[in-house]
Design a binder for this molecule. Structure first.
Ligand SMILES: [Zn+2]
Length: 334
């Protein structure tokens, strides 16, 4: 991008540098790596709204992680799970009309509000809230919401496989899972997305596609999509306990593996047993998956494996080690 530099007195080439900066978020100093547009010649800083906003979002996200606050995306997910508009959700919670709108658009929520949202994430708690609380929505609406919640609860019953999987993969949000606890439904939706879009998808390629999707989404939103952890194996980053995850998906009739033979080689192909589910992945998440899919469309398993070997997160970890999402910031797609 060219800009007019006042110091140099002419149109100049620009570049982006990173520099540690302290932001004040809710009265707390938060250090972030700010991206700044500067003159390539003299280093004069230019104002760039896009970069500025990105840094601010990064500072807010760091504050959220520090204080275990829900992310805007997660608040939206809770609301949408109950099929509520922003306004009616706010009303249900006895909050101001615009409160949910503001939180979903990036304002930091009040701590008490955060606790209530966390509590209501579980349908069972929502039922208690609706039954035992004085709430200011019409009876008809309340009844409808209650029957909705009961349906959600039925879907909540989990298979033995899923319980085992959660036990193995569940972890408090941290750098290893991209600050999201493992989410089986999202992981299934991601697998179905790629398996449905790529008729001959091999397991080795799928693992890389999942890794790039989670890392890039984390880089841009401060959270992973699936909460999967990835470890460093000889063929690139691999989701932890991936075979157990695939086994569970097979038992749940989500997707299964077919072994095919190509000359002497045994290949593991992922075959979807369902369409891509609606309502599990957010619009933003789908956007990232589409980008990843497009980028690696014509990459074979070997090519994508070689490509992933060049990532800093892979180079700086040893065999068997978890690749932290902190490395996501070094990944660029083009
Ligand atoms: Zn200059």
């Amino acid at each position: 991008m060219k800009k007019y530099c006042e110091k140099c007195g002419k149109e100049v080439n620009t570049k982006i540098i990173t520099q540690k900066e302290i932001y004040d978020v809710c009265g707390e100093p938060i250090e972030v790596e700010a991206k700044i547009l500067v003159c390539e010649k003299c280093g004069e800083e230019f104002f760039c709204e896009e970069l500025d906003n990105a840094t601010l979002v990064e500072a807010y996200n760091e504050y959220r992680r520090r204080h275990k606050l829900l992310f805007p995306e997660e608040i939206k997910e809770i609301r949408e799970k109950y099929g509520l508009s922003q306004r009616s959700f706010a009303k249900l919670l006895n909050w101001g009309d615009k409160t949910i709108f503001r939180y979903e658009n990036g304002s930091i929520q009040d701590k008490a509000h955060n606790s209530l949202l966390l509590f209501l994430r579980d349908p069972e708690n929502m039922k208690t809230y609706l039954t035992l609380n004085e709430i200011s929505i019409e009876d008809k609406r309340k009844k409808r919401l209650l029957s909705y919640v009961e349906k959600l609860e039925e879907n909540f019953e989990v298979s033995a496989e899923k319980r085992l999987l959660n036990k193995l993969l569940f972890k408090e949000p941290c750098e290893e899972n991209g600050f999201r606890s493992f989410d089986y439904d999202k992981a299934c939706a991601m697998v179905l997305f790629f398996a449905n879009k790529n008729p001959e998808l091999l397991k080795t390629k799928l693992m890389k596609l999942l890794n790039y999707s989670d890392m890039i989404f984390y880089k841009e939103n401060g959270k992973s999509i699936s909460g999967l952890q990835y470890s460093h194996l000889p063929y690139g980053p691999v989701p932890v306990k991936f075979d157990i995850l695939l086994g569970t998906m097979e038992a749940d009739k989500v997707a299964h593996i077919e072994v095919i033979y190509d000359n002497e080689f045994e290949k593991h192909q992922i075959v979807p047993d369902k369409d891509i589910p609606k309502d599990i992945l957010s619009k933003e998440e789908l956007k990232v998956l589409n980008r990843i899919n497009k980028k690696f469309k014509n990459f074979g398993s070997v090519e994508i494996s070689n490509y992933s070997h060049k990532e800093k997160g892979y180079i700086e970890t040893k065999k068997g080690e978890i690749i932290s999402y902190a490395y996501a910031k070094d990944i660029t797609l083009d």
